[in-house]
Design a binder for this molecule. Structure first.
Ligand code: ZN
Length: 487
């Protein structure tokens, strides 16, 4: 497993390079290099002695509890990977390449028709994949499980019906309240100064620059080449200070998780994150529960004001806090506020579910999309590019991925509430710019366990109950109720 991890880490390094420093002329060969390495690692896992070794290990009575868990999880993955015939994998990979190119072209020309037939092809392959993997109750469950083990339509239906029931009227109430000002974020903020600020914020969170680094990329991301080499990227918009700050804190949250995974489990399931949802809980806990809190800016506003005295001379920490938490329906998911964000996810979830219930075809997507945006956010995308073509996920064949973003936020709220109970002086510590107690709490309760627990088990172990939307709702009502003076 560790030899396989060596190969996938090499691939991860090449793909990090592709997003950061690769000269544009090298793109073609790089795609080939990556696919060769991924093929090698797949072959090592499926074609090698894995099966033989697993059956030996399963009868070995001397294994520790953790070793047994590794064997169990590796076998689960092995069975899953074995369901894919090579021909199917190749067919999928070609369809994805073609769909991704068509998606880029369709966006450029604002022509959904360019993408539509490719999407239809991907959908039909994904339906085959559902059958191949097998599922209970709903075909979409097979795809959800790829991104969030054990996630089901039944559970997500309950979750999103709560989102609809509670957040839709709450956002309407906010829309009718006195609005907060966030204009000061949109001034000129020097690139180099922003960069230094971002590095400072990461260091303050506890990001270990001895075991990681930050660079610039078009879309911010985090990649762990090992527990001792975690790369984050950020982007800087000189006309919007918010973009850099919260992308840094968000990716920093992902990175702290990667740096906190046990390094003696390199290459093993117990050295990996639980799931995408739990990974996202870490980034969002730092970004939203910490990074968009008043306590955090009591500690940090002065520092930002000292760097940008001209732009922020009339602004207080409280103004800054309110401005960053402005709630406003918008077209683009990645720019959405903490509340309307979940409407964007709910819409994608409803679309994906309908697709895999054979109720929706690729060519019908734009109308369906626009109707949902009208219904939940009361806005209509003026172009396909700002509407149905905005996300890359479907062009990659990633169906069942979007819900993990909402799960992450809801887990984050539940975890953070528990952290506040477990650490009585947490708020004071955050106000003083010290995050060590919080980071230790996350290390001890989440990071150190790797994949030992499922997301649900982990949540129950930490908070005494399974994921419960109520915790996010309480957090949101308190925070935004105060900001918008709704009581
Ligand atoms: Zn994230």
């Amino acid at each position: 497993m560790q030899r396989i991890a060596d190969v996938t880490s090499a691939a991860a390094a090449l793909s990090w390079d592709q997003e950061t420093y690769l000269p544009s002329g090298a793109a073609g060969f790089r795609a080939g290099q990556l696919s060769t390495l991924m093929g090698i690692s797949h072959e090592m896992f499926i074609g090698g002695k894995t099966n033989e070794l697993l059956s030996d290990l399963k009868t070995n009575k001397s294994l520790s509890d953790k070793e047994q868990k590794n064997v169990e999880l590796i076998e689960e993955e092995y069975k899953k990977q074995n369901k894919y015939a090579t021909a199917f994998v190749e067919q999928m990979s070609q369809a994805v390449s073609a769909a991704f190119n068509a998606w880029q072209q369709a966006r450029k020309e604002n022509k959904y028709e360019i993408f539509s037939p490719h999407l239809e092809k991907l959908i039909s392959l994904k339906k085959q994949e559902c059958d191949l993997l097998g599922y209970e109750s709903h075909p979409y469950n097979a795809l959800l499980d790829l991104h969030e083990r054990k996630a089901t339509v039944a559970d997500l239906d309950v979750l999103f019906s709560n989102v609809k029931k509670e957040l839709v009227p709450f956002v309407k109430q906010i829309a009718n309240a006195k609005q907060v000002n966030n204009e000061f974020f949109f001034q000129h903020f020097d690139k180099n100064k922003q960069w230094d600020l971002g590095i400072d914020l990461l260091r303050q969170m506890g990001f270990d620059f001895n075991r990681g680094r930050q660079d610039i990329s078009m879309h911010p991301f985090t990649t762990g080449l090992s527990q001792n080499d975690v790369r984050v990227t950020t982007r800087i918009n000189e006309n919007d200070l918010a973009e850099m700050i919260w992308s840094c804190i968000h990716e920093g949250g992902h990175a702290l998780y990667e740096q906190g995974l046990p390094s003696d489990q390199y290459g093993m399931p117990l050295g990996e994150a639980v799931s995408l949802g739990i990974h996202e809980s870490q980034s969002r806990l730092w970004e939203n529960n910490v990074g968009r809190s008043l306590a955090y800016w009591k500690a940090n506003f002065k520092r930002v004001q000292d760097i940008f005295p001209e732009q922020l001379k009339k602004i207080t920490a409280a103004d800054f806090y309110q401005g960053m938490n402005r709630v406003e329906p918008s077209l683009i998911r990645t720019n959405a506020d903490e509340l309307t964000y979940h409407f964007h996810i709910m819409i994608r979830y409803e679309i994906e579910k309908a697709i895999f219930e054979d109720k929706l075809k690729a060519k019908e997507l734009p109308d369906y999309w626009n109707a949902k945006y009208k219904e939940y956010l009361d806005i209509e995308p003026p172009t396909y590019t700002q509407g149905v073509l905005q996300d890359v996920h479907w062009s990659h064949g990633s169906f069942g991925y979007f819900p993990t973003y909402s799960l992450g936020s809801f887990y984050a709220a539940q975890f953070f509430e528990q952290a506040k109970k477990d650490i009585p002086q947490l708020q004071e510590q955050i106000e003083s710019g010290d995050f060590s107690l919080l980071l230790n709490w996350l290390r001890k309760n989440i990071h150190i366990h790797g994949k030992y627990y499922t997301a649900s088990e982990l949540c129950e172990r930490i908070t005494g109950e399974k994921l419960n939307f109520k915790h996010f709702l309480t957090y949101a009502k308190n925070k935004f109720g105060t900001i918008y003076d709704l009581r």
